[in-house]
Design a protein around this ligand. Sequence first.
Ligand code: G3P
Ligand code: CA
Length: 291
Amino acid sequence: MLFALLPLWLAAAFLAFSARPVVIAHRGASGTNPEHTFASYDRAMAMGADYIEQDLQMTSDSVLVVLHDPTLNRTARGDAADCTGRVIDHTLAQLRRCSAGQWFNERQPTLATPAFADARIPTLEELFQRYGARANYYIETKNPEDAPGMERRLLGLVRQYRLMPGEAPRGQVVVQSFSQRSLRLVHELASTLPLVQLLSEPIPRSALDSAFTEIARYADGVGPDRKLVDSAFVASAHAHCLAIHPYTVDDESDMRRLLALGVDGLFTNFADRLRALAPGAPAPMTPRCTR
Ligand code: G3P
Ligand code: CA
């Protein structure tokens, strides 16, 4: 109603001023639910997360599944032949026999529910079927060097479910990776898809400019370990029009520090905490300026 009364330029200025950092639900609402399960993603959506995050692994029969570790040992429970060892050595049929939430019940008895024990490892396609364009997806190609073809399969599903940029108002897909090779390949195959280069190692201040010059050739943002972010990092990344989405930030004082530095979004296991600190409309996941 208010917007209808404002001149267009004023409404745009208001939106730009009020845009808040994007809330990326790391493995879903994984502070209170078993990571990468429907329960975790349902909860994250209910908390108002802007993006739900997926880590991708591939099965021996080339199905993309959503699981953080390259092995099943930490988060799968069931028959050892089906539910331990490397994901890439197991078929989807084997993974379907494993619980994806029993480990959480064992680890977090106060949050445990019988429903968690019944949770299964989702495929990426099942996630797209469940949430469609109601959700925005922030998808990591995990250990892509061990799963040749991962990027092509990912793009095939994004196209099949009509989630390419511009196909729906929501349903945005961002692809993230620690692997520069993987992101360059995605950029080559789908140049309009927003990409984020994950960073785990410190970059010396004197090397920030050249590092971000290189990343800006194929990516729209960086996802640094939260400990790497200071004012010099923020200034340099923004000078290259790169959005900054540090991971994984659960502590409120860390959230406040990073928001004050001017980051554009945060990965968190507690999307509700971040939403409470940063009200308003989310900033768009597009370059912050024209290169
Ligand atoms: O993708 C951002 C962050 O999730 C990277 O760390 O190990 O949780 O995938 P990890
Ligand atoms: Ca991740």
